[in-house]
Write a protein that binds this ligand. Structure first.
Ligand code: TRP
Length: 379
């Protein structure tokens, strides 16, 4: 059995730099590492619909945005199968069988689902004008187990918020295998390796980047947009004068530098422009942090450096995105082909599952044996 990756995103918006440091960058590295036999990256439109049933248009519009973001970050359709979840109907069928292996009580204990139900106001059911929790939404961890197991994935690179989903998947796999015989592969989670990347805060310092809070830097933002957002970023509210000592911890600019800054950036960006050109003579992030803590390093200086650092990563992505935007038929063809490939793989697993459950009544050879078995009863 080879090494297989499956991961994906809900297409509810363009991807931002939180997605990039949290998952996209790693996926591209894994893709190019040569250590994996197969890599599947899924645009989870069906999952997105579990809490957007009234707005399928939003999901439909964002499929191409996510595909463009993927490919401009370096996901290569020659090496990675990029596909659309809803086009692989086998996933739904697997979900239906797995539903019998999970209890309502167990789902209710899933911390991510719990939190999301709170966040979306689903928990206020019973009151007037409140919707309650859609059953499909409640069950999405089960559908996620189907996504992962359909491809016999052993490695699932995701953020820490997805940990309960992987745990739930592992439980389903164990339950399935012990009930019906060894069939499914138990996956491992692969968390981001850089602590700053576990969850990149929003530009306002709030815990999470989120479209509704308007605190995201998108991969598709122009250089001007990025600078405007960096300029208004949350730093240390106690750092009023350049000469004041500043705090690095909880300072969003430094959190972003931790996530994006590379050693070569210090030689590359020796100058900053803060109304006038000034020099930025540091050789490591630790040196910058020390100076900031002592005092004498202004927020505009570090924001300027961060802007250069960010654009160093974002510019090539922007350029590739522009090219792909001019060639949408190609991008849709990648998705169509990817979905075909994915469907063929998922169909094999579904066949295995049905065989293990012995609900493969019409498989070659099976029907004859079944008839014989039943005829015994009526002899
Ligand atoms: N739940 C993931 C997200 O919020 C998307 C997703 C759906 C996924 N199915 C998956 C991720 C399977 C990893 C594996 O973005």
């Amino acid at each position: 059995m080879g090494k297989i990756i499956l991961t994906g995103d809900r297409p509810t918006g363009r991807l931002h730099i939180g997605h990039y440091v949290g998952s996209l960058r790693r996926r591209v590295e894994l893709q190019n590492s040569g250590k994996f036999d197969k890599i599947f990256v899924m645009i989870a439109d069906a999952q997105a619909l579990t809490d957007n049933a009234d707005n399928p248009e939003k999901v439909r519009q964002n499929i191409i945005e996510v595909a463009l973001d993927y490919m401009s970050c370096g996901l290569d359709p020659e090496k990675t199968t990029i596909f659309i979840q809803s086009q692989v109907s086998e996933l739904t069928e697997l979900t239906f069988f797995y539903m019998n292996l999970v209890t309502v009580q167990r789902l209710q204990r899933n911390p991510t689902v719990k939190q999301e139900i709170q966040l979306r106001g689903f928990s206020d059911s019973g009151e007037e004008n409140k919707a309650g929790t859609p059953v499909g939404f409640f069950c999405y961890p089960i559908s996620q187990a189907a996504d992962i197991t359909a491809f016999k994935a052993d490695t699932v690179p995701v953020g820490e918020d997805q940990e309960p989903m992987i745990e739930q998947t592992r439980e389903i796999v164990r339950k399935f295998n012990s009930t019906y015989g060894e069939t499914l592969v138990e996956p491992e989670i692969m968390l981001p390796d850089n602590a700053a990347c576990l969850r990149l805060p929003g530009t306002d310092g709030k815990a999470k980047m989120s479209k509704s809070l308007g605190n995201c830097i998108y991969l598709s933002d122009s250089a001007e947009d990025v600078w405007a957002k960096v300029k208004s970023m949350y730093t240390d509210p106690g750092h009023l004068q350049v000469s004041d000592p500043g705090k690095v911890e909880g300072n969003t600019v430094f959190t972003y530098l931790d996530a994006f800054c590379k050693p070569e950036h210090f030689a590359k960006f020796r100058e900053a422009f803060i109304g006038k050109k000034v020099s930025f003579e540091f050789n490591s992030l630790d040196e910058v942090k020390d100076q900031y803590r002592k005092g004498g390093l202004g927020d505009m200086m570090i924001k300027n450096f961060l802007n250069s650092v960010l654009n160093d990563t974002l510019e090539p992505i922007r350029t590739r995105r522009k090219e792909l935007e001019k060639n949408l038929p190609y991008v849709y063809e990648v998705l169509r082909k990817g979905s075909d490939t994915a469907r063929a793989v998922a169909a094999e697993t579904l066949a295995d599952v049905k065989r293990s459950m012995r609900i493969n009544y019409f498989d070659p050879g099976v029907l004859e044996a079944l008839i014989k078995e039943q005829e015994e009863k009526y002899k």
